[in-house]
Ligand binder design. Structure first.
Ligand code: FAQ
Length: 311
């Protein structure tokens, strides 16, 4: 019966075994994975847009090559993750249609604009830094295809984080104007980066069940705290100030205390009203339309090749 199956599944997961596509899984487990992995895939793909904005204006050839490579990596991550969603029984076209129709979420962070070159540094340092904090735990997620995709993705994210921090170092140790640019980027990206981890634990409807099924291995607040603790010394090294007057080492907790997050801003952005939501979705729709002929040509080629094999 259903309860026995659920108990057996829980025992299997508790034993640190990986769930594979052909295994029996509770419908709610499948659904929440489809939700999370597809949102993750969309984030990678939409996440290319803010940085792509600076490819043509990168300050040197070397910076341009590095940024191009990073943005291409994000495309690759999106593709692995769409494949992982397909292993759960949903067609890629459907997943992408949900994004283009505005029905699917993607990370709040990609709805902010990249105003200066320093934003590329701040994204690599903070946004990729936050992404790694979250994704290192996902290397141990209970769903096999997702866990394996995360291992490779984390290696690449780690390169992204370094390229961002290196840009920040160049600016922070450069002229006063460059340092001011770096500080301005930190000011604008700090709080949105903290929001990437999602609502606080007492307002996170999916967390308890996801932790029980070992989809998530740490809570939103735990990961946010890890990220802050890791990042504060990095900002200190740069000689930059994190825009939070409440930020203070707490000896007793062994962690930094920090000020309140503006959750109204977060919910506003994830409900479609952030500074760039419309622009991002429009760009994806345009890219999808412009790529239609490639998909049609590839399908026609595959059909012909299959026919040739029959002859
Ligand atoms: N933005 O109950 P919870 C990257 C939604 S890294 C938008 O706590 P959950 C790399 C949440 O989906 C960024 N929506 O949810 C890169 C849920 O919505 P629903 C992507 C958010 O799933 C770097 C509702 O709020 N990384 O792309 C956000 O247990 C640089 C309630 O929240 C991932 O996706 C948010 N920030 O925990 C690329 C990692 N936070 O569907 C380019 C995988 C929450 O119930 C450049 N995902 N929501 O209506 C996860 O680990 C989890 O899904 C969390 C949220 C932790 C994001």
């Amino acid at each position: 019966n259903e309860q026995e199956m659920l108990d057996k599944f829980q025992q299997y997961v508790d034993g640190e075994n990986k769930v594979e596509p052909k295994d029996w899984m509770p419908e709610a487990y499948r659904k929440t994975l489809i939700r999370q992995i597809s949102q993750h895939a969309h984030s990678e793909v939409v996440g290319m847009l803010p940085e792509a904005n600076w490819i043509t204006r990168a300050p040197s050839l070397r910076r341009k090559i590095t940024l191009l490579a990073k943005v291409q990596d994000e495309a690759g991550h999106g593709l692995y993750l769409y494949s992982a969603v397909e292993t759960l029984g949903v067609k890629r076209e459907k997943t992408i249609q949900d994004l283009l129709a505005g029905k699917a979420k993607y990370s709040s962070i990609f709805n902010y604009p990249t105003l200066t070159w320093a934003d590329i540094g701040a994204i690599g340092w903070l946004v990729d830094g936050a992404a790694i904090a979250n994704q290192v735990m996902l290397c141990r997620t209970s769903y096999g295809p997702y866990a394996r995709a995360m291992v490779r993705i984390c290696k690449e994210e780690s390169f992204h984080q370094r390229q961002g921090y290196e840009i920040m170092m160049t600016l922070a140790f450069g002229t006063p104007e460059q340092k001011a640019m770096a500080q301005d980027a930190l000011n604008r990206w700090w709080w949105p980066s903290l929001m990437m981890f999602g609502p606080s634990d007492d307002n996170s409807p999916n967390s308890a069940q996801s932790i029980k099924w070992k989809i998530k291995r740490k809570t939103n607040d735990e990961l946010r705290q890890e990220f802050i603790d890791k990042t504060v010394p990095q900002a200190e090294y740069l000689g930059l100030t994190i825009p939070d007057p409440h930020l203070k080492w707490n000896e007793e907790r062994g962690h930094y205390d920090f000020g309140p997050i503006d959750w109204d801003e977060f919910y506003n952005v994830i409900s479609g009203n952030g500074p760039c939501n419309k622009q991002r979705l429009d760009a994806r729709i345009k890219a999808h339309e412009e790529g239609r002929w490639v998909r049609e040509a590839a399908a026609a080629y595959a059909k012909k090749a299959a026919q040739r094999q029959l002859e």
